[in-house]
Ligand binder design. Structure first.
Ligand code: FAQ
Length: 311
């Protein structure tokens, strides 16, 4: 029965069981989840921008409809995740405030520009691909509401990944100029996609504790390697190359060796110095301010409904 005490928390974690909102939990467990779920939610809504930039410029009605639906899915993912964070006792307004003032992070990947139409396809293939590899294990994380949010998110993201692959394949098999555009997009998005998995294990301050608590099921480097192993044969199927001369099949490990990642770039982008950080936050804040009247109207309507119910 509820609520279950802190000693039960240890038992739940040991049994790989789920922790639910009304269970007692250590303050640091709660804080870690708020940090990660909020960062994840922020990534989804900031992540609407690079692709959103192409909605008015999609090359056909069909591609435009697909892109609109994908960007709307990302808004939905943000909402599930903010709702999951709220089960931990935080307020959505406070989380948005933390995003807008830079106190909470969002994924480094969304600070890169989408320069051509092929970038939309490369984002679907690589960024959604990396997101799925990272998030499928989160579906088994110890916190119930976060784990359950992952089920639908991963299903939708795997559809997004396939549409990106299909779009990239169409361009790769198109005219020489279209093929070159697809290759250029992959060249620019490959390394930033590998950085999505976070710093190397040895430099990941949260990993040990998050693993002990069953929030993380695999390390940053393990998931990064899994992603590379999936992407290499897919690139071949696309007829495109990955911009890494050190990619080599390692017979012994049964995995692809890859070149050195420039983690200085990740640090720079995360600390606000990526190519698009200012644009992304500026637009997010403007959208929030533009939406003030909707929030006010909704609150006024809710208050009026409340009065009627009481009368
Ligand atoms: N960018 O000790 P660790 C999507 C931070 S997918 C920015 O390893 P942790 C879908 C980290 O927060 C993208 N910051 O940390 C989509 C920590 O900062 P703090 C979103 C990063 O938490 C597709 C510090 O570095 N997915 O949106 C990054 O154990 C297409 C130390 O790192 C998620 O958020 C980074 N790349 O592991 C949408 C997944 N990497 O708080 C639109 C959930 C690390 O100490 C279009 N999150 N940091 O100041 C996670 O799985 C984990 O939080 C990790 C990091 C693996 C990202």
């Amino acid at each position: 029965g509820y609520p279950r005490g802190v000693s039960t928390f240890e038992a739940l974690i040991a049994a790989q069981d789920r922790v639910e909102p009304r269970d007692e939990m250590p303050g640091d467990y709660r804080a870690t989840l708020v940090r990660q779920i909020a960062q994840h939610a922020h990534s989804e809504i900031i992540g609407m921008q690079p692709e959103g930039d192409w909605i008015t410029r999609a090359p056909s009605l069909r591609r435009k409809a697909i892109l609109l639906a994908k960007v709307q899915d990302e808004a939905g993912h943000g909402l599930y995740l903010y709702a999951a964070a709220e089960t931990l006792g935080v307020d959505r307004d406070d989380l948005l405030e933390a995003l807008h003032t830079g106190r909470q992070k969002y994924s480094s990947i969304f600070n890169y520009p989408s320069l051509t139409w092929a970038d939309v396809a490369a984002i679907g293939w690589l960024v959604d691909g990396a997101a799925i590899v990272n998030q499928v294990p989160l579906g088994r994380c110890s916190y119930g509401p976060y784990a359950r949010a992952m089920v639908r998110i991963c299903k939708e993201e795997s559809f997004h990944q396939r549409q990106g692959f299909e779009s990239l394949l169409t361009m790769s098999r198109g005219t020489p100029a279209q093929h070159a555009m697809a290759q250029d997009a992959v060249d620019r998005w490959w390394w930033p996609s590998l950085m999505m998995f976070g710093p190397p294990d040895a430099e990941s301050p949260h990993s040990a504790r998050s693993t002990a608590w069953g929030i993380k099921r695999f390390s940053n480097d393990t998931l990064r390697q899994r992603f590379v192993d999936l992407a290499v044969p897919q690139a071949e199927a696309l007829g495109l190359t990955l911009p890494d001369p050190d990619l080599r099949w390692d017979e012994e490990r049964g995995s692809w060796d890859f070149g050195t990642i420039d983690f200085t770039e990740l640090r720079e982008v995360v600390s606000g110095n990526g190519p698009c950080n200012e644009v992304r936050i500026g637009r997010r804040v403007a959208a929030h301010e533009d939406g003030a009247w909707v929030r006010e109207a909704a609150a006024a309507y809710a208050a009026k409904q409340g009065t009627r119910g009481a009368a």
